[in-house]
Design a protein around this ligand. Sequence first.
Ligand SMILES: Nc1ncnc2c1ncn2[C@@H]1O[C@H](COP(=O)(O)OP(=O)(O)OP(=O)(O)O)[C@@H](O)[C@H]1O
Length: 340
Amino acid sequence: MKIRLDSVEKSFDSFRAVRGVSLEVESGELVALLGPSGSGKTTILRMVAGLEYADGGSIHFGSVDATDIPVRDRGVGFVFQHYALFPHMTVDENIAFGMKVSKQKRSKAQIDARVADLLRLVKLDGLGSRFPAQISGGQRQRVALARALAVDPKVLLLDEPFGALDTNVRRDLRRWLREIHQELGITTLFVTHDQEEALDLADRVVILNDGQIVQEGTPEEVCRQPSSAFVMKFLGDTNKLKAMVTSGVAAIGNARIEAPGFPDGAVDVFLRPADLDWANEGEGISATVARVIDKPSGRRILAVTESGEAVELDVAPETVVTAQQRGVVTIERARLFASA
Ligand SMILES: Nc1ncnc2c1ncn2[C@@H]1O[C@H](COP(=O)(O)OP(=O)(O)OP(=O)(O)O)[C@@H](O)[C@H]1O
């Protein structure tokens, strides 16, 4: 089922939380809404769910205008970070709950069979008679997903479903969610403020700031072609350095970066740590090492340029470098944006 939002607006008193958001989620697609805290992600999801009404614009499910359809008739399943399971019901009973109260009548045998299928799907076979307090946080969120799927939703809405879990469990769960999505193909809208999670999981990422979409595209598109300094900074660690453009070329240290279309004058150069390297001499930005931090994936050098700007760069683990050493930061890739 395709979801289409057309110029959707939502204000709380005089505060415009969602400002003219238009968005399409194709049938079977998994789209992540990604943005900093307060950017309007949850409000958009709640409007799609029917838990909040839009002040303006429209929301379509397929060809049906769903804007005024109440939540129970929208055919959506949702999982929220703190949408707790019913503590007094077993895992089986939690999963069966939606089917028991649904308008669509099912026999006990049908419900039991469906619960068993879902338990297998979320890899919790054998845990059906436990209570929520007797399983882990990650397992609870898997039960919450099984419960959401039990009533065959047309659309699945997930709001930071793994937000309260630790990093390793989150990583496992998103791989698992990706597999389930591939198997079931339900149109899914996933809210997160975690860039890695969005890029790892989604077919398409929609980046929000201040209630507006600032960029959307595949993970590859938004990573390779960030449309603004905001997106560049939001998607991952980056250094911002000043450079001067003359005749379409930006000069930074003794390195030169193509700057087509930029007028002469100051420009902001954004450099990801992984797009920089360290050399004893050569073309680049002269700097002095302030600190070296060893990480499982390599070494991060914190350096200071001759003009006093801090630069962080990720280098291979075998790079020989020590604090106070002078050298050159070499540039493999850079992004330029008009000076802020
Ligand atoms: N019921 C409400 N009453 C008043 N203001 C609200 C209400 N719900 C949300 N807001 C405000 O609307 C803005 C957007 O909130 P929303 O929860 O959609 O953001 P978010 O991007 O999901 O943030 P987070 O990642 O922190 O959950 C925020 O400034 C928030 O304070």
